[in-house]
Design a binder for this molecule. Structure first.
Ligand code: G16
Length: 552
């Protein structure tokens, strides 16, 4: 690849009138409306704070890409110009700037980068009227730790200027190498390395021959980043019919879709699988490709169950056939995987919400698989959750067992019992109302202990605190828990990824052993818990909403 030398213009310092005081990263990076990000110097301020904080940046390698949403291309230009001004040795970016979050994690690790910047607001909608975001990853390929994001935020509070160079924008049409202000910019195909990684983990031939046996699949990329990856994997490698990948071209506004793979926002796919009989398997991924939803004919797999099933059947996958080191789940995720871990005699860790909390456990070799109720599953192959990896994992299990998704789920519950589970989201609540509701519930929690709730006894009622088993750091106030004597749980959290008002999440879980009724509708199985938490937390009263906006 020849080096194209574009004329470098001068470096200069832009002085800010005042620091931006609202750049506190949430559960995963900084997310705001696109319009908010379009304020002059807003993106630059956050990037400057990253550059002043990320260790080893000067003379290091930085991975850069995004999910293709509106603002992606401009963001890449700005960050390249700022990286050159900060003495970065090399920026690795991708054709069209398209790079899924798990693929970015893999590149950071294999290219020995000091970190990465992923331009994405994940599952939030995109376009001029949607959201934009900046995710920051560290050298292990995972989301920046709490201490790093705290340090970045602290920098933004006092920032008075940023450094940038003048430079024409480089072409991202094809793989190429450029020199920009003395820095190398390498544009690579963002898909090849990721596919090669998947080939090391899974038995592609076996999946391919299974799909030939009349096992029709549908994948919905929701006009977001996974389209090109999924086409290459499912249609080119596995020979699935053209059109298997729906909405497969990344669009700046996701074609008006909300790229969140759940029953509400991926309704077209859900209808195909739950109401039709043509397809045997369906899956969807989110904006930046780290989330996944799995469906079988007539069967929705809730993400907590998905983690449990992957754990129980990991021996079907070549990379995990030697056994698992351990597993982890976020606190609001159901305990379905705990039961499997016990059966396999491996450790099971409970972490706060946020993939960053799995980093130390993965890096220290204590876990192989991890997952969250928020449609995220992953393993130690990267340090992010990985939507397409989960899809291949499911296909590999089905190819091995030669059964349907529904049969696999029923066999699983027959063996381990069933954790009925649901998450009720109340979106766009006025922030003060949500905050007040949450604080009131927290104050009332102690009065519950030892008393009855939803016909059970309350054993624990608190705000979850996590002590990291590796570095012993303590993270407090991670969600209100009501734990009941039969293993049922109700959890309340305020989302850290929304951009409009506040979103209250209510997580509901109730366990039925393998001897019990395993075929109930989850909303019915959880109805007592639903009614009790609504009255205890005064959810409908305070929010004025008679039902959640999204139920998963
Ligand atoms: C992010 C984090 C996940 C977390 C999710 C939900 O996902 O990476 O670990 O579970 O947010 O967060 P919340 O409940 O606070 O909205 P993503 O896919 O948005 O990056």
């Amino acid at each position: 690849m020849s080096l194209k030398n574009l004329s470098a213009d001068s470096q200069f310092k832009v002085v800010l009138e005042a620091p931006f005081t609202d750049q506190k990263p949430g559960t995963s990076g900084l997310r705001k409306s696109t319009k908010h990000f379009q304020q002059p110097h807003y993106l630059e301020s956050f990037v400057e704070a990253i550059f002043q904080t990320l260790h080893g940046l000067e003379d290091g390698v930085l991975v850069l890409g995004g999910d293709g949403r509106f603002g992606n291309r401009n963001g890449i230009d700005v960050i390249i110009r700022m990286a050159a001004a900060h003495g970065v040795r090399k920026v690795i970016t991708t054709v069209d700037g398209i790079l899924s979050t798990p693929a970015a994690s893999h590149l950071i690790r294999t290219k020995k980068a000091v970190g990465g910047i992923i331009l994405s607001a994940s599952h939030n909608s995109g376009g001029p009227d949607g959201d934009f975001g900046v995710k920051v990853n560290g050298p292990n390929g995972g989301p920046a730790s709490e201490s790093l994001t705290d340090a970045i935020y602290a920098k933004t509070q006092i920032l008075d200027s940023y450094q940038i160079i003048n430079h024409d924008s480089i072409s991202l049409e094809l793989p190429a190498k450029y020199e920009v202000g003395g820095m190398i910019v390498e544009v690579i195909d963002g898909i090849e390395d990721y596919i090669a990684l998947m080939q090391k983990i899974f038995d592609f031939d076996r999946i391919k021959s299974f799909l030939k046996d009349d096992f029709l699949i549908a994948f919905d990329a929701l006009n977001a980043v996974t389209g090109p990856y999924a086409k290459r994997l499912l249609e080119d490698f596995f020979g699935a019919p053209t059109g298997t990948v729906r909405n497969g071209i990344p669009l700046e506004d996701f074609g008006g879709c909300h790229p969140d793979p759940n029953l509400t926002y991926a309704k077209d796919l859900a209808d195909l699988l739950l109401n039709g009989s043509e397809y045997s398997f369906g899956a969807a991924c989110d904006g930046d490709g780290d989330r996944n939803m799995i469906l079988g004919r007539n069967c929705f797999v809730n993400p907590s169950d998905s983690l449990a099933v992957l754990t129980a059947n990991a021996n079907c996958v070549p990379a995990y056939s030697g056994g698992l080191l351990g597993v982890a789940r976020s606190m609001p995720t159901s305990s379905a995987v705990d039961v499997v871990a016990k059966d396999l005699d491996i450790s099971c860790f409970e972490t706060p919400t946020g993939w960053k909390f799995f980093g130390n456990l993965l890096d220290s070799g204590q876990i192989t698989l991890c997952g969250e109720e928020s449609f995220g599953t992953g393993s130690n192959h990267v340090r992010e959750k990985d939507g397409l990896w989960a899809v291949l994992f499911w296909l590999q299990i089905l190819a091995h067992k030669k059964c349907s998704v529904e049969e696999l789920m029923h066999k699983h519950w027959d063996h381990f019992g069933r954790h009925y589970y649901s998450r009720h989201d109340y979106e766009s609540i006025a922030s003060d109302i949500a905050q007040n509701l949450y604080e009131t519930v927290e104050l009332r929690l102690p009065s519950l202990i030892g008393n009855s709730f939803a016909g059970r006894q309350v054993t624990t009622a608190d705000n979850f605190t996590y002590t990291d088993p590796v570095d012993h750091s303590i993270t407090a106030r991670q969600g209100l828990r009501i734990l009941l004597d039969d293993g049922s749980r109700v959890i309340l959290r305020l989302s850290g990824t929304g951009t409009k008002g506040a979103t209250l999440r209510v997580y509901l879980e109730s366990y039925v052993s393998s001897q019990g009724d395993l075929t109930q509708n989850p909303q019915n199985a959880l109805s007592q818990l639903i009614t009790s938490i609504d009255s205890f937390a005064e959810i409908s009263n305070r929010t004025g909403m008679s039902r959640p906006t999204v139920i998963t």
